[in-house]
Ligand binder design. Structure first.
Ligand code: ACO
Length: 312
């Protein structure tokens, strides 16, 4: 019966087993994964836009080559993730339609503008740093195709984080006072949105309990956020920037940094579609899709021709 299948499934999860696409799984487990993996895939490809904005204006050839590679990696991450979602029985076209129709979520962070070159460095340091914190535990996610995709993504993500930190170090150590101010300004603007990336507080996170039980999520939103703050404070010190939170201080008893309140109204506004760049991001994705139509047509025509030739 259905109940026996569910009991056996949950017992396997409790034993630490991985679930493969052809294994039986509860419908809710499948829907949860399609939701999370597709949101993650959308985040990767929408995430190409804020930094893509700076490729033509990177200050040196070296920085331009690094940034090009990084933005390309993000397109690749989107591909692995759409492919992982497809193993659950949805098509990539369906998912992309949902994104373009404004029905799908993607990470709140990519709805903020990149105003200066320092933003590119800060995205690498803080945004990719937060992404790694959240994604390393996903390498142990119970759904095997997602876990496998995450291993490669995390390796690349760690390169992204380091290139950002390195770009900022150069500006802080060898830069002019104006360049240092630019870095500080970017940190001031990206700090709070980076903390929001981990999602709502645990008590407001409606999916957490079930996802933790099924081994989809391994560490809670608030615990990951705390780990991120603790790691980042030291890095800010080395860099020589301040973090824009007067309440940030070491708590001896907790052995963690305390931090000030997060503006959850802003978070939900951005998630709901009303952030500084939501409309621009969706319009850019839709335009890229339309302008790429000829590439998809050519690829399909080529594939059809190769099949005919192979048959002949
Ligand atoms: N931006 C947009 N939406 C968010 C965010 C965020 N930062 N955080 C949470 N939400 C949404 C959830 O998607 C969910 O919406 P839904 O019910 O319509 O699907 C709702 O807020 C409630 O949140 P939770 O119950 O906490 O949702 P969940 O258990 O899925 O946890 C989390 C959210 C932590 C983001 C999880 O989905 C996850 O780990 N995803 C994979 C990582 C990822 O997507 N990273 C993208 C950014 S990093 C990058 O691309 C470089």
């Amino acid at each position: 019966t259905e109940q026996q299948l569910l009991d056996r499934f949950e017992a396997r999860i409790d034993d630490g087993a991985f679930v493969e696409p052809k294994d039986w799984m509860p419908d809710h487990y499948r829907r949860t994964l399609v939701r999370q993996i597709s949101q993650h895939a959308h985040s990767e490809i929408v995430g190409m836009l804020p930094e893509g904005n700076w490729i033509t204006r990177a200050p040196t050839l070296k920085r331009k080559a690094i940034l090009l590679a990084k933005v390309q990696d993000e397109g690749g991450h989107g591909l692995y993730l759409y492919a992982a979602a497809e193993t659950l029985g949805v098509s990539r076209d369906e998912l992309i339609d949902q994104l373009h129709a404004g029905k799908a979520k993607y990470s709140s962070i990519f709805n903020y503008p990149t105003l200066s070159w320092a933003d590119v460095g800060v995205i690498g340091w803080l945004v990719d740093g937060a992404a790694i914190m959240n994604q390393v535990p996903l390498c142990r996610c119970s759904y095997a195709p997602y876990a496998r995709a995450m291993i490669r993504i995390c390796r690349e993500e760690s390169f992204h984080q380091r290139q950002g930190y390195d770009a900022l170090l150069v500006m802080m150590r060898d830069g002019t006072p104006r360049q240092r101010d630019m870095v500080q300004d970017a940190v001031n603007r990206w700090w709070w949105p980076s903390l929001m990336m981990f999602g709502p507080p645990d008590e407001a996170s409606n999916h957490s309990e079930q996802s933790m039980r099924w081994g989809i999520k391994r560490i809670s939103n608030d615990d990951l956020r705390q780990k991120f703050v603790d790691a980042t404070v030291q890095q800010a010190k080395v860099l020589g920037v301040s973090l824009p939170d007067p309440e940030l201080r070491w708590n001896e008893a907790r052995e963690h940094f305390d931090f000030g309140p997060i503006d959850w109204d802003e978070f939900w506004r951005v998630v709901g579609g009303d952030g500084p760049c939501n409309r621009e991001r969706l319009a850019d994705r839709a335009q890229a899709w339309d302008e790429g139509a000829w590439v998809r047509e050519a690829a399909l025509a080529h594939a059809a021709k190769s099949t005919t030739q192979r048959k002949a």
